[in-house]
Ligand binder design. Structure first.
Ligand code: MG
Length: 369
C-alpha cells in the first residue's frame, strides 16, 4: 500500500466564547485548524487534524503546520501508511523538530492502518479500554464569580472534571482556588492549570497558602528547571503539560520525579506514535495521565481518546472535548460526543470519524505522487 496523495484544508474554528489564557497573555476567538486527507492506492483514505491552541500558547502555528507539510510531503508520498514508524522517520529526516506539523500526517496514517486492519486505532495499538473517559472542562482565567458560572455550565452538560486556568496574580489565584474548592462536588476531578503563568516565588506562595486543600497544579512554571525548583520547595502534586514535548522531556520528568501527572497533548508531542512512548514512560514510573488534543474538532478529540483508551483505566485521569468549545461542527454530529461528561471509544475501524468535506471548503494544497 502506498500514499498517493495528500490534500490539505484550512478551516477557522470559532470558539463559542472568547478565551483568555492564564496571566492575560492572550485573548483569542478562533482556532486555525489544518485538516489533512491522505489517500492510498488501495482505496483507503485517512484523516488527520492539527489545531494549535492559538499561536501564543506553545511554539505551534497554524500556517506553520501547512508549511511543514509542504516541506515533508514529497518524503512521505509513496510510503506505506501502515508502517507508521517509517513515516515518522521520513518526517524527522525531512524536517527536524516541528512536531506539531507532523502530528496530522501521523494521525492520518494511523487512521488508514486501523481501517486496513479492520480495528479501531486503540485496538491496533494493543487494545483499547471501553471504559468511558471523563472529559475535563477548560475554564479560562476569569473572576471567581465567572469561574463559578462556567463550572455550573459544564456541570449541566455532565462534566465531572475541570481544568481551571490560574496563573498571574498569586493572591487572586489563592482566592479563586479556595472558592472553587468550596463548591467542589464529591468525586469531581479538578486541576489548577497555571499555564506557565507563575514565577518560582509566586508558585511557592500559592502552593503554601493552599497546602491544606491538596490541589494539583499543572505547569506551575515556565520550564522544567523552574518546575524542579518549585518541586524542591513544595510537595504539592504537579502535572507537566507545556514542558512535555519530547521523549527526553518525559524521561527527565520521570527520572527526576518532577511530576505525578503527564499532560500529553497529541499535536504538541508530534502525534500518536511519539505520544505512545511517553505513555509507556509514565506507566513505568507510576505517573498518571491527562490525554488531550491541543485543540480542534471532534477528529482531534477522537485521536486523543484512542491513546487514552490504551492507558489502564486507573492511570487515565481525563480527556478533553475541545469540540464542546467550538461553534461549528465539521463532522455533522458523527464521532464521539459528550455523553454525561464522558467520551466513548468509537467501534469503527481506524479513527472512527471523518469530516464532512463540504464543511471544510476547497483544499489549500494538494501533493501527489
Ligand atoms: Mg494545561
Amino acid at each position: 500500500m502506498k500514499i498517493v496523495d495528500i490534500t490539505v484544508h484550512r478551516v477557522d474554528l470559532p470558539l463559542e466564547r472568547p478565551y483568555w489564557l492564564s496571566g492575560g497573555r492572550l485573548k483569542f476567538e478562533t482556532l486555525d485548524a489544518t485538516f489533512v486527507k491522505i489517500r492510498t492506492d488501495a482505496g483507503l483514505t485517512g484523516w488527520g487534524e492539527g489545531t494549535p491552541w492559538g499561536h501564543t500558547y506553545v511554539p505551534a502555528h497554524g500556517p506553520g503546520i501547512r508549511a511543514g507539510i509542504e516541506t515533508m510531503a514529497r518524503f512521505v508520498l509513496g510510503l506505506d501508511p501502515r508502517r507508521v514508524l517509517d513515516v515518522e522517520r521520513a518526517m524527522d529526516l525531512a524536517l527536524p523538530g516541528h512536531l506539531y506539523a507532523k502530528s496530522p500526517i501521523d494521525m492520518a496514517c494511523w487512521d488508514i492502518a486501523g481501517q486496513a486492519a479492520g480495528m479501531p486505532i486503540a485496538d491496533l495499538m494493543g487494545g483499547g479500554s471501553r471504559t468511558p473517559r471523563p472529559i475535563a472542562s477548560s475554564v479560562g482565567a476569569r473572576t471567581a464569580e465567572e469561574t463559578r458560572g462556567i463550572i455550573e455550565d459544564f456541570r449541566a452538560r455532565g462534566y465531572v472534571a475541570h481544568s481551571i486556568k490560574i496563573g498571574g496574580d498569586a493572591e487572586r489565584d489563592i482566592a479563586r482556588i479556595r472558592d472553587v474548592e468550596s463548591i467542589r462536588l464529591p468525586g469531581e476531578i479538578v486541576l489548577y492549570d497555571v499555564n506557565r503563568g507563575w514565577t518560582r516565588r509566586q508558585a511557592l506562595r500559592v502552593m503554601s497558602a493552599t497546602a491544606d486543600l491538596g490541589a494539583t497544579f499543572e505547569q506551575p512554571g515556565e520550564t522544567l528547571d523552574d518546575i524542579a525548583a518549585v518541586r524542591r520547595g513544595h510537595s504539592a502534586p504537579i502535572s507537566v503539560d507545556e514542558s512535555l514535548v519530547t521523549l527526553r522531556d518525559a524521561a527527565r520528568i520521570a527520572r527526576e520525579g518532577l511530576a505525578e501527572i503527564f499532560g500529553i497533548k497529541l499535536n504538541r508531542v508530534g502525534g500518536l506514535t511519539k505520544a505512545a512512548r511517553m505513555r509507556d514512560i509514565a506507566l513505568a514510573h507510576g505517573i498518571d495521565m491527562f490525554v488531550m488534543a491541543t485543540g480542534g474538532s471532534v477528529l482531534a478529540d477522537t485521536e486523543a481518546l484512542h491513546l487514552a483508551a490504551t492507558i489502564p483505566d486507573h492511570n487515565c485521569r481525563a480527556v478533553w472535548a475541545c469540540q464542546d468549545m467550538i461553534s461549528i461542527d465539521i463532522a455533522g454530529g458523527r464521532g464521539p460526543r459528550n455523553a454525561d461528561g464522558h467520551l466513548r471509544l468509537p467501534g469503527e475501524p481506524g479513527l472512527g470519524v471523518h469530516p464532512d468535506e463540504d464543511a471544510l471548503g476547497a483544499p489549500v494544497a494538494r501533493y501527489e505522487l
